[in-house]
Unconditional design. Sequence first.
Length: 337
Amino acid sequence: MPDLPPLAISLGDPAGVGPELIALAWAARGEHALPPFLVTGGAGVLAQAASSRGIALPLVHIDRVQDAAAAFPDALPVLADAGDGVFTPGQPTEAGARLALASLARAAQLALSGEVAALVTAPVAKAQLAAIGFTHPGQTEFLAHACGVEEEDAVMMLAGPSLRTVPLTIHIPLAQVSAAVTQDLILRRCRVIAAALRRDFGIAHPHLALAGLNPHAGEKGRMGDEEERVIAPAIAALQAEGINATGPHPADTLFAPHKRGSYDVAVAMYHDQALAPLKTLDFDNGVNMTLGLPIIRTSPDHGTAFDIAGKGLARPDSLLAAIHMARQAAVFRAAAA
C-alpha cells in the first residue's frame, strides 16, 4: 500500500445523518480497517451527534492536514476553519447550509491541492443550499465547476458489491429522456467511464454494457427506434475507438445474476433504470462516485434522512463503503503515477 495522505470528509448538513455517520465510522475504524481521515469543520456538531448515538468521540483540532494521520488512531481530526454551531437533528436551517457549504468547499480545496488523497462528501440538503444562493443542482456540479470540468463530463456512477451502474441522464422527467439521449452524450459519458475504470479501478480493458431505452431494446424498431437510430451507432463509434462497449441490451435482463458477471459497468439510459437495480441489490452498501474529475470523490448513496436524524436509526454502511472506495481509487491512481 502506498503511503498516501489522509482522506477528507465533508460534514454534510448538520441537521442530517451525516455527522452521526461520520462519528460511527470513526468508532468502527479498527473493525473496518479504515484509512485515516479528517473532517472539515463542525467539531461541535460531531460531538453532539456522537452523544446522540452513545459514542465516546474524542476530537482533536488540527491546523495542518499532515497532523491527521498521527492523531487518527486516538481521536477524530477536525479542521476548525470551516465553522461550527449548534443544530437540531431533523430541522435544517440556512445556517446549517452555510456550514455544509463551507465544509464542502474546504474539503474540495484540500483535494485539489493534493493535501488529501480523496474527498468523501456527506449528504446535503439541496433546498437549503438554494436558499443561501447556491446555484448548482448538487455537490457533483459544484465539484465539477471547482475542478474546471464541464458538467457533462462529471459522470455519476453508483457502485456496490454486486453492480456498477451509470445513469446516462439523471434528474430529468421521464418524458424528456428520449430527446436527451443523444449519440454525443453517450460518447462523452462512455469515454469518461472507460477512462475512470482503468484509472480508479485498475480494470485494463473495461466492458461497458449499454441498456436499451425501450422494452426489449426496441424489438428492431417495433417498440421504439432510439436503439437503432441513436444507441447502436454510438456503440459502434465507441468500439471503433477501442472501447469495449456492447448493446443495446434489453434492460429487463441486463441486471440478472448471470448477466452481471459479464460486464464491468451497466450504462442505463435514465435515472431509475440504473438506481432501481442498484438499490435492490446493494441498498445499504451503495456508493455514489463522480467519474471524470481530477480529484477522487465518493459519497454514500443516500440523502440527509432528516426524518431519522438523531434517532439512532441511521446505519453507516454506505459511508464506510464510500471511504473504502475512495481509498482504493487513491491507491490505483498513486500506483499508476
